[in-house]
Design a protein around this ligand. Structure first.
Ligand SMILES: Nc1ncnc2c1ncn2[C@@H]1O[C@H](COP(=O)(O)OP(=O)(O)OP(=O)(O)O)[C@@H](O)[C@H]1O
Ligand SMILES: [Mg+2]
Length: 458
């Protein structure tokens, strides 16, 4: 790690020079300033890890330095050196974000210890940022699979929107991958090294949700024992994912709208708003337009959120993706569970493709995981490794409900089968079916069957 840079501000030359040489000897990079204006100039010119400033100086105080440092160099840890008499001044300084104070005359050892703590914390922070970025990159939860045209379109939209910091609304049935999309947007964005924070807006009672999102001051309500940072602040510079936005209580919808419009939030019990700069992604499996029409969801908030809408298609509308998704999950769970790798049989794939998947990709994933756990077939994963509902439902899905239509489906299948058993010889087929040849021809036309003799020369 590079050496920490320290700006030392003190009007007394001896004090300044002593500090500078002690710190330089300990491996810090030191810049000195003798008053508020020159410290201000130094702060504007470059960044510092630490600002170590005297409290009382002619023509300004350590508070002015703290204020300026907060403004132009917010990552800097500010340490104030003060005489004992300045307790009130120290309290004011803490309010300005000063991390600590040192009593004069200075104890060199305690100064160096504090700088070490700051250095360690900074190193940890860098490490955390790095690991978080790494995790985001590797996380399976951020990889959207699918080669159907619907999914390739969605991938393109994700790439485009990731390059901006615009708000995104993701809609679609449960289990269609809304959270996967939200994470992809974050991962592909310039803020991917910063936080992705998600919250389920339907899972908490109103007052808890409010304090989760916006934070609160200590004592703001019974049980608020300490200040709490809201998720808007936690996710600052990153992405805030508001899941199940359709379940957000109306009173909070107003507060959310204001936060999005003003780009600032006010913690409960606080008067000062905090500026925030982050991307908001919202998701819902409800039809928000209908919720707006029914008066459950604010129209102005809907427009605010719906800058870019990503509609996740149900899995049954993109059946082309089922085989590759199924194979992906087979591989994933085989590895995870340490089982020998087995392919899916073609019957198994056929059954997966024809099932209507009310629970979408999540249901597919669960069924594959279950099959990998339970399967006794050493060779391949087969239909008998799936729950019975799958085959029942696949049948009832293929056969229409109305009796005459169902009978047509059955008749067609049956005639095709008989025809193929006699290599397409219609006279033989008619005999087996117990009908005249002319009735068979009428049936074939009615049921739209064209079956060529398979033993005929081409
Ligand atoms: N396109 C996809 N590629 C890979 N995995 C996916 C895909 N879509 C969904 N999944 C997987 O399916 C599961 C459900 O996805 P996700 O949680 O994103 O759904 P959701 O739309 O947020 O559902 P809900 O509305 O119930 O919250 C996850 O385990 C996810 O990894
Ligand atoms: Mg979800």
């Amino acid at each position: 790690m590079r050496p920490l840079s320290v700006l030392v501000v003190d009007d007394e030359k001896v004090q300044r020079d002593t500090l500078a040489s002690i710190l330089a000897e300990d491996g810090y990079q030191v810049i000195v300033a003798q008053d508020v204006p020159s410290a201000t100039a130094a702060l504007t010119e470059s960044n510092y890890d630490v600002v170590l400033t005297d409290f009382r100086m002619p023509g300004g105080s350590g508070l002015d330095i703290a204020r300026k440092a907060n403004e132009v160099c917010p990552e800097a840890a500010i340490l104030i050196m003060t005489a004992y008499a300045d307790v009130q001044g120290v309290i004011d300084a803490m309010r300005l974000g000063v991390v600590d104070y040192l009593l004069k005359p200075l104890n060199v050892e305690s100064l160096l210890r504090r700088l070490e703590i700051i250095r360690d914390r900074r190193a940890l922070q860098l490490e955390v940022n790095f690991l978080r970025a790494e995790m985001n990159r590797q996380s399976d939860a951020g990889t959207l699979l699918g080669e159907s045209s619907a999914m390739t379109d969605i991938s393109k939209i994700i790439e485009q929107v990731a390059a901006t910091r615009g708000t995104v609304l993701i809609t679609g049935e449960s289990g269609t991958g809304k959270e996967v999309v939200a994470r992809s947007v974050h991962r592909l964005s310039a803020q991917s090294g910063n936080k992705f924070v998600g919250i389920n807006c339907g899972a908490l009672p109103e007052n808890l949700l409010e304090s989760e999102l916006f934070g609160h001051k200590r004592g703001a309500f019974t049980g608020a024992l300490a200040d709490k940072q809201g998720l808007f602040a936690v996710a600052n510079e990153g992405t805030l994912f508001l899941d199940e936005i359709g379940d957000m209580p109306r009173s909070l919808q107003v507060k959310l709208l204001r936060a999005l419009q003003e780009r600032e939030i006010t913690p409960i019990g606080d008067t000062k708003p905090i500026k925030v700069n982050l991307r908001v992604i919202a998701a819902t499996n409800r039809d928000l337009t209908a919720e707006v029409a029914a008066g459950n969801f604010r129209q102005d908030l809907f427009y605010r959120l719906n800058v870019v809408e990503i509609k996740m298609p149900p899995l049954r509308d993109r059946r082309d993706d089922i085989p590759m998704l199924a194979r992906h999950f087979v591989e994933k769970y085989t590895k995870e569970l340490g089982r020998p790798m087995r392919p899916l049989s073609s019957d198994a794939i056929r059954q997966l493709v024809s099932y209507p998947w009310p629970g979408n990709v999540r249901e597919l994933e669960n069924i594959i995981e279950r099959a990998i756990i339970l399967s006794k077939n050493p060779e391949r994963i087969d239909v008998d490794d799936f729950p019975a509902t799958l085959s029942e439902s696949a049948l009832s899905n293929a056969v229409p409900q109305k009796l005459d239509e169902a009978m047509k489906v059955f008749a067609r299948e049956h005639i095709l089968q008989v025809l193929s058993s006699v290599s397409g010889d219609k006279k033989d087929a008619a005999k087996l079916l117990g009908m005249s040849l002319s009735s068979l021809y009428r049936k074939l036309e009615e049921l739209d069957i064209s079956f060529k003799r398979t033993d005929e020369p081409k």
